[in-house]
Design a protein around this ligand. Structure first.
Ligand code: ADP
Length: 496
């Protein structure tokens, strides 16, 4: 089995040779290179506030513009009414009315126009009357002529700007018209610019500070979390999912540590026993206490125990490499096309003499479907042969003389290939069937020792099966013995 994973070892060595920096180096960043959470949060809050402030300013300007526009129209109307009342009170003719308007105290930006019934302009406070065309068709003039009062808003060619007009028909039949510049959104915005910029700056500064304070608070909440007892923290609700995950991780790390301690204790115990035997016999020989005729026998014991230790160390190395292969994302070649009938046949061939020595009949049967399809699985050929060898070896070792072992390769309807090893041996009590896959577990320690077992074979089978996405199960054979079955995933069979 040691050779089975040479590829893993060589890969590892190649990796080391390339002089890759240790993984931890990549993950370690200088404090300066790290992002500052508080700065990120403060910037985000600040950007959001600035955006919101700009949108609010524009909306406010729009509303303000509508209000200002209405106010200007209403002021203009009032002014026009009061000026018209003044002229009417004096029941002036055109010349008198024009003279009155000339001397009227009007705001500088208000244009006053007096229009005759035929539309001719009699007076204009901001334009040369002679240059003005007939005003009879101006909407506000038409309205005033018809209803007594009219208003309009449009671009004035005379004043070169958007203008608001209000007109009133006087008692004498003339139309008095007042005009002022119509407010614009841009004009309103301009007048609001300074206070808006000041508010914006204040809002941005306040939001940056608020973001900073909030993020500091979050950071300080995180820094006082007791990672050794994640669920005992009086933490905010939002941190609970994280703490629950930490608690789960801690539980599994603790379980792994306990498993490792148990494993180390088992390994020490398993290695100590043969070492004590070896040391005891070697001491007898060394001190000359052993009788010469016993020396060869003792050397045999020492050799046997050393062999046992060697096979256990080999299996431990295999397990450790399987662990590494799993942890490091399968550096071992798992894409080989492995013919299950051929792998089973090779195993049966290799173990035929061992079965014969134990007086056990070893048979191989490949179902028609499996033979026809050459039931191939994708994986590592040596690992698959190692699984088969362990299962068949156990079926022989835990058997009785005169018993039998049947190795079968089958194909399920869904295309899943299966390796089944049935024996007529001592069997496994139902309540211990799942435990036999644990490392160092033996149902009958003395029998296991007698036959050179270490309690690691089935752990290797289970581990290798997992790496192939396969499942291993054990059940009782009828009338006695056990049946082990490895079921490979169906999709793995569709390989070139
Ligand atoms: P070991 O090296 O002790 O055989 P394994 O991991 O291969 O270790 O098996 C674990 C235990 O499961 C064995 O000690 C044995 O008690 C039991 N076992 C395994 N295979 C069989 C079998 N075919 N029949 C009966 N018992 C078995």
């Amino acid at each position: 089995m040691a050779a089975a994973f040479e590829s893993i070892e060589s890969h590892e060595q190649a990796g080391a040779g390339e002089g890759r920096p240790p993984a931890s180096c990549d993950s370690r960043k200088s404090a300066r290179a790290r992002r500052l959470l508080s700065r990120d949060i403060a910037r985000t809050v600040m950007a959001a506030t600035a955006g919101l402030a700009v949108v609010c300013t524009l909306l406010f300007a729009l509303v303000f513009y509508v209000v200002v526009d209405r106010q200007a129209a209403s002021d203009l109307s009032k002014e026009c009414v009061s000026l018209a009342a003044g002229i009417d009170a004096r029941s002036a003719d055109a010349a008198q009315a024009a003279a009155l308007l000339e001397n009227a105290m009007m705001p500088a930006d208000t244009r006053v126009t007096l229009i005759a019934e035929d539309g001719g302009v009699l007076f204009d406070s901001q334009a040369d009357v002679a240059a003005l065309d007939n005003h009879a068709l101006r909407p506000e003039v038409i309205q005033a002529m018809e209803t007594g009062e009219g208003e309009a808003g449009r671009y004035s060619a005379t004043l070169n700007r958007e203008t608001l007009y209000h007109s009133i028909r006087l008692d004498e039949g003339f139309v008095l018209r007042l005009a002022v510049s119509k407010p614009t959104v841009l004009g309103v915005l301009r007048s609001l610019a300074l206070p808006c910029v000041a508010v914006l700056a204040l809002a941005v500064a306040a939001s940056f500070a608020a973001g900073w304070v909030v993020s500091r608070k979050i950071a300080s909440e995180l820094s006082v979390v007791d990672l050794d007892h994640p669920l005992e923290n009086d933490a905010p609700h939002e941190l609970m999912p994280l703490l629950e995950r930490l608690a789960d991780q801690k539980k599994s790390i603790d379980a792994q540590a306990a498993e490792r301690r148990r494993f180390t204790a088992n390994v020490s115990h398993e290695l100590k026993t043969p070492l004590t035997v070896i040391s005891g016999y070697a001491e007898l020989i060394d001190r000359g206490i052993a009788r010469p005729e016993d020396v060869v026998k003792f050397a045999g014991y020492i050799h046997g125990e050393a062999q046992h230790m060697k096979s256990m160390v080999d299996e431990l190395l295999t397990l450790s490499r399987l662990d590494d292969a799993q942890a490091e994302g399968l550096k071992v070649d798992m894409d080989q096309r492995v013919s299950l009938p051929q792998a089973a046949a090779a195993t049966v061939r290799r173990l035929a003499s061992s079965a014969e020595r134990c007086g056990v009949t070893l048979r191989l049967a490949v179902s028609d479907e499996a033979a026809k399809a050459d039931a191939a699985v994708a994986g590592n050929a040596r690992m698959i042969e190692e699984m088969a060898r362990n299962l068949v070896e156990n079926a022989i070792r835990y058997n009785e003389p005169g018993g039998s072992v049947d190795v079968a390769v089958l194909l399920d309807e869904d295309g899943a290939a299966k390796l089944r090893v049935s024996d007529t041996g001592v069997g496994i009590p139902a309540d211990l069937r799942e435990k036999v896959f644990e490392r160092f577990f033996c149902v009958d320690e003395s029998r296991s020792k007698e036959t050179g077992g270490s309690g690691l074979g089935l752990a290797i089978v289970k581990h290798a099966a997992q790496l192939h996405g396969a499942t291993v199960s054990v059940s009782a054979n009828d009338p006695h013995g056990s049946v082990f079955e490895v079921r490979f995933p169906a999709q793995r069979r569709r390989i070139a």
